[in-house]
Design a protein around this ligand. Structure first.
Ligand SMILES: Cc1cc2nc3c(=O)[nH]c(=O)nc-3n(C[C@H](O)[C@H](O)[C@H](O)COP(=O)(O)O)c2cc1C
Length: 255
């Protein structure tokens, strides 16, 4: 374990999905929001926002969209969004309307901001001994989420995050060797990926079998095949939903 407190938590990262029911202290939540506010932001535009979901009915609706019942019990539930609405409204209201807020580059600028803000909050929460779980599953039903959160044009949900005091002790999920993911200067292409991933498959198999002896696909490569074959058709409509929110993304080739 490194001496540095934050590093120790980062290197011990794991996702928690069960939390003690008590709400987080106001001061803790405010600290997390301050960390979010001070996160680096492309061109200092601050084109992302966070929705703090405190209404239990809304939490339940989001849990249903996610199809993950534990979401309803999250002590702190945050939704990170792309937010070009605010800056567009500012330029309008000072009498300088600009038509570029919906351009693809603006969307991705804000998207990156939302992602790194979320991870900064995760690092802060973990450094305080809290557990977190990202929720990509909020994107299962974007129109319903947009309506539930009253998201205006030029905004878009990116990822959800649960934060709370852990009420479980999950093991740390193994990761593939850095030789497969971190390259010097130029991209490394391996001759044989089945061979390159073989050691990691053995590590994963041991880990997943110990968690669930009946697991059918314990290897990483097996999980890959399973997950990559099971596309959610609604998730593939994301470009249509982006356009509906006012982002002028190019039409699909088959349109
Ligand atoms: C962008 C993103 C979306 C995720 N979405 C979900 C989710 O919807 N539900 C969930 O239970 N976990 C979700 N996770 C957590 C991952 O499943 C988890 O990070 C991964 O299995 C690795 O485990 P670890 O974080 O414990 O190391 C998400 C993680 C990321 C980074």
């Amino acid at each position: 374990m490194p001496d540095n407190f934050t590093l120790a938590h980062q290197l011990a990262h794991r996702t928690y999905r069960a939390f003690r029911p008590e709400p987080l202290p106001e001061a803790t939540i405010n600290t997390l929001f301050e960390v979010a506010r001070w996160t680096a932001t492309s061109s200092a535009m601050q084109a992302s926002s966070i929705l703090n979901i405190t209404d239990p009915n809304l939490k339940a609706q989001i849990a249903q969209i996610c199809n993950q019942s534990y979401v309803a019990k999250a002590p702190l539930l945050l939704i990170f969004i792309v937010d070009q609405y605010r800056n567009n409204a500012i330029t309008n209201d000072i009498g300088h309307p600009i038509e570029t807020a919906g351009l693809p580059s603006r969307f991705f600028q804000a998207f990156t901001d939302a992602c790194i803000t979320a991870q900064n909050v995760v690092n802060a929460a973990e450094s305080m001994g809290l557990g977190t779980c990202y929720l990509g599953s909020i994107l299962n039903d974007i129109p319903q989420l947009v309506q539930a959160l009253k998201l205006p044009q030029l905004t878009f949900p990116v990822v959800g995050l649960m934060v709370g005091l852990p009420d479980q002790d999950p093991g740390q999920r193994p990761r593939m060797d850095k030789s497969l993911r971190i390259f010097d200067n130029t991209y490394t292409v391996f001759d044989d990926y089945a061979q390159a991933i073989a050691d990691y498959d053995v590590i994963c198999e041991a880990y997943y079998r110990q968690r669930d002896p009946k697991i059918e696909t314990p290897t990483f490569s097996g999980q890959l095949v399973k997950r990559l074959s099971a596309a959610n058709p609604r998730r593939e409509l994301i470009l249509d939903f982006l356009r509906a929110q006012g982002f002028s993304l190019p039409e699909r080739a088959d349109d």
